[in-house]
Design a protein. Sequence first.
Length: 708
Amino acid sequence: MRDFVHLHLHTEFSLLDGAARIDRLFDKARSLNMHAIAITDHGNMYGAVDFYNAAQADFEAQVKKRLLAERQAAGEEVSMDDIVPSEEDFNRFADLRIKPIIGCEFYMTEDLKVKERTSNTYHLILLAKNNTGYYNLCKLNTIAWVDGFYNHPRIDFEALKAHSEGLICLSACIAGIIPRAIRADDYDRARELALWFKDVFGEDFYFEIQNHEIPDEKKVVVNLIKMGKELGIKLVATNDVHYVEKEDSEMQDVLICIGTAHYIDDEVRMRMNGPYYYFKTAEEMEELFPNLPEALDTTVEIAEKCNVTIQFKMPLFPPYVPPTGETPAEYLRRLAYEGIVKRYPVITDEIKERMEYELSVIIQMGFAEYYLIVWDFIDYARRHDIPVGAGRGSGVGSIIAYAIGITNVDPLRYSLIFERFLNVERVSNPDFDIDFCMEGREQVIQYVRDKYGPERVTRIITFGTLAAKQAIKDVARVYRVPYADVDKLVKMLPEANGKMTIKGILGRDGKHPEQKSSDVIQLYESDPVIRKVLDMALKVEGMPRNTGMHAAGVVICKEIVGDFVPLQRNGEVVTTQYPKDQVEALGMLKMDFLGLVTLTDVHKAKIYIKQNHGVDIDFHELCYDNPEVYKLIASGDTDSVFQLENGGMKAFMMQLKPTSLEDVIAGISLYRPGPMSSIPKYIENKNNPDKIVYLDERLRPILEMTYG
């Protein structure tokens, strides 16, 4: 059987066009005995890291299966959970790996500076041979979006030549620049272009041929065969994969309709010409090109050339250079000891021991500069009268953060644990979430941009997805389901805690029985139109629908960000093409600059109080033990009180009847999907402390404050 590799493939990250889900691709390739797959989404690299990680996860799963079989055959009583593959194991079973090939289908123009309706845009496939090629893909994507965007992100000849190292180039589908010239009967122009690409890419330039029963394809293929012989350029056969199985063609058509705001029965609209754009077998590809077996063999040749290893945990944290000439560790230590005397009237042995312990962990783990970077921009905010929050998350457990002014919460007073933030036994990046006044937040971000350089600081992308309710609405619109019927269905959906899924609503989940809706199931079984909508919504649910900008996330890098991750414009703001967890995993510093209207309101209130009453309030010096405040909270009269204003929280506080700040803290912590089920027990124990039972009396000092 002839080997074949798909080198032209659109995942769900070809937004509302591609429907080949990454989480299905490797199982499909393995079932067809294919040893590599490429990702070539339209004009972006959104899915590159997900695709690469999926390949690694698939490989690890296969190695674990082999090791389990070996050990069980040797008579050992082991389960999959006992199997931890070594580097040697991965090398021994290297043939089990399905190689991920990172690529992109670019939009190309002759001069990206020309942004007029008359400027033509063409397709071009680029695949990374090695890490140099991967980073050039990133750079070209950045150029396309930041400099070349006009209707589409575009590159041109100049950019392509400057960043061609490590890349393989395919002439693309019939929308490619060479096929377009052939379709226009301009053979001389096609030949001239082919020679240019061959000059730039050498033996890494290939003529791409496809067969989707489009009339122009035959004309293009015939001429590319002829030109390939004349110029010594190899042919490579591809299928323009947009979905995994043939029967997924309607799903992909629905996505197109969602993206173009059309109905599925509109006569004039964008659509594929038939169900030909699936993940075909090698045999099916042979049938398409029976006289060109070498074009199929070339796919394997190209796959063998491609060997990218995406580097994670790269040393890309920005440096902090103390103005005093000290090392970052020395400077942090001095700031901490200068600051701690302003926090405590007496520096006890407990305080000293806690400080030295934290400093040793911070320095040992290499995070002294991280503390100083955060301290620096918070110090800037305070010097410019921009209100900063007292602290949020596990970072408030650090006495060093308290000493130097990153936080304003005494970790000893509230028995907060440093190890929740940093722990030598759990190597992970620290993460201070900082609240800023909404009106001053952008000023702080601009300070960071000015300090480290605009090319080293950028915002982070987010993806809007087709969540259950949105998927149902979008699919119903595409199928022209009357609004009243859709509204009836949507109102039946349960208000589930956490992420609601259509599978859960239909009772097919098994993990979230609270999401199951008998009304929806009855309607599904009795109404064929609703059944069709829900079946299709189930298929598209979770797919990315659009991009946006993370509300708070900012990347700070010691190098130019666009050299390591692809960037794009979201409106006027430049963002990464990878989401926050991925840029952090790659080794960049991700900070959350949270904008909080409450801080703005409180700041203005302080100003007005001083102006009108001559009283200067310092909220950090106030006592928080006034019983009248807790009576007010327990009454539910907390409109516009931060984190206590929604109806559910008001009802909870009326039940809880808090009498201390610790009660309010515990209540806010409990009122979230994970621990919410513990609320009744917490209230019962608070009201009946004599009934609290400790499994071990040594737990009493730890659990007493939260009623066991």
